[in-house]
Design a protein around this ligand. Structure first.
Ligand SMILES: [Zn+2]
Length: 131
């Protein structure tokens, strides 16, 4: 099996030595990389929870695949919790903007629904801060 790569951001050796790091020569484990199996395992857990829309899962999988080539293993050295908190703040702001646009256009603001979604984001924010 050989030793595993412990570089902050592993670099795939590519065709010459697939599954190994070009920097340190260590093995890049499929256990901790973002790949079809690890994604599917996580998404299956998520989908088994009540109220989870399969459309979200499909969008997550699609977006991960799109970014995988570009971002590679950068997530291994990134502050993922901080990124998630920022995205939640953006999410809440998008909901605010939705209300303001609806107000301008004379459409229903649906404030109760919007606040419900924002509240769930606030709960997610609180949990994520404790990770
Ligand atoms: Zn390495």
């Amino acid at each position: 099996m050989g030793r595993e790569c412990d570089c902050p951001t592993p670099q795939d050796a590519g065709k010459n030595r697939p599954g190994y790091c070009r920097i340190c020569g260590g093995r890049i484990s499929e256990r901790w990389t973002s790949n079809d199996r690890t994604i599917q395992e996580f998404m299956d857990h998520l989908l088994s929870l009540p109220g989870v829309d399969p459309a979200l899962i499909h969008q997550c999988v699609k977006r991960e695949r799109t970014g995988r080539e570009e971002f590679g293993h950068k997530f291994l050295a990134r502050e993922n919790e901080a990124e998630a908190l920022e995205e939640l703040a953006d999410f809440v702001n998008y909901l605010l903007f939705r209300v303001l646009r609806a107000r301008r256009e004379g459409r229903p603001e649906k404030l109760e629904f919007v606040l419900q979604a924002a509240h769930h984001a606030a709960l997610a924010y609180d949990i994520t801060r404790r990770l």
